[in-house]
Design a protein around this ligand. Structure first.
Ligand code: 5GP
Length: 120
């Protein structure tokens, strides 16, 4: 199980476009790209371009309020672009017990199929 080492992650290379990704939405602060191992017909990751200590949501501080709001709003833009506004799920896995594997905060935007609750 991965832990939060604070080291750079694969997402830095995706942001720098050193490794390719399928970008769905991008602005000054936020990047959204398709998950390489999709768990639903639509599975997009929404990340801050500047990690600024946000390896995981559990590290959030008051100064992160603005970017956290921008990420959530970007999730809505992604859902709209992907045509799943009628039903989509936003997930943040925080820490090893939640199976977080990449320590650069990311929102999973999932949709395009019937979701179950609880997710398990
Ligand atoms: P976590 O498990 O940390 O919540 O989610 C990390 C996600 O990043 C996983 O769903 C995984 O499939 C995705 N991922 C890991 N490496 C890459 C990559 O190189 N490219 C893309 N597009 N997604 C990745």
């Amino acid at each position: 199980v991965n832990a939060d080492s604070g080291a750079p992650t694969i997402f830095d290379k995706i942001i720098a476009k050193e490794i390719p990704s399928s970008i769905v939405y991008e602005d000054e602060k936020v990047l959204a790209f398709r998950d390489i191992d999709p768990q639903a017909p639509v599975h997009v990751l929404v990340i801050p371009k500047f990690r600024d200590g946000l390896t995981q949501l559990g590290k959030a501080e008051a100064r992160h309020g603005e970017i956290l709001g921008q990420l959530l709003y970007a999730a809505k833009i992604v859902a709209e672009k992907e045509g799943i506004l009628d039903g989509f799920r936003v997930v943040i896995n925080n820490g090893p017990e939640a199976c977080q594997s990449v320590y650069h905060l990311h929102l999973h935007v999932l949709g395009g199929r019937q979701m179950k609750w609880p997710p398990g």
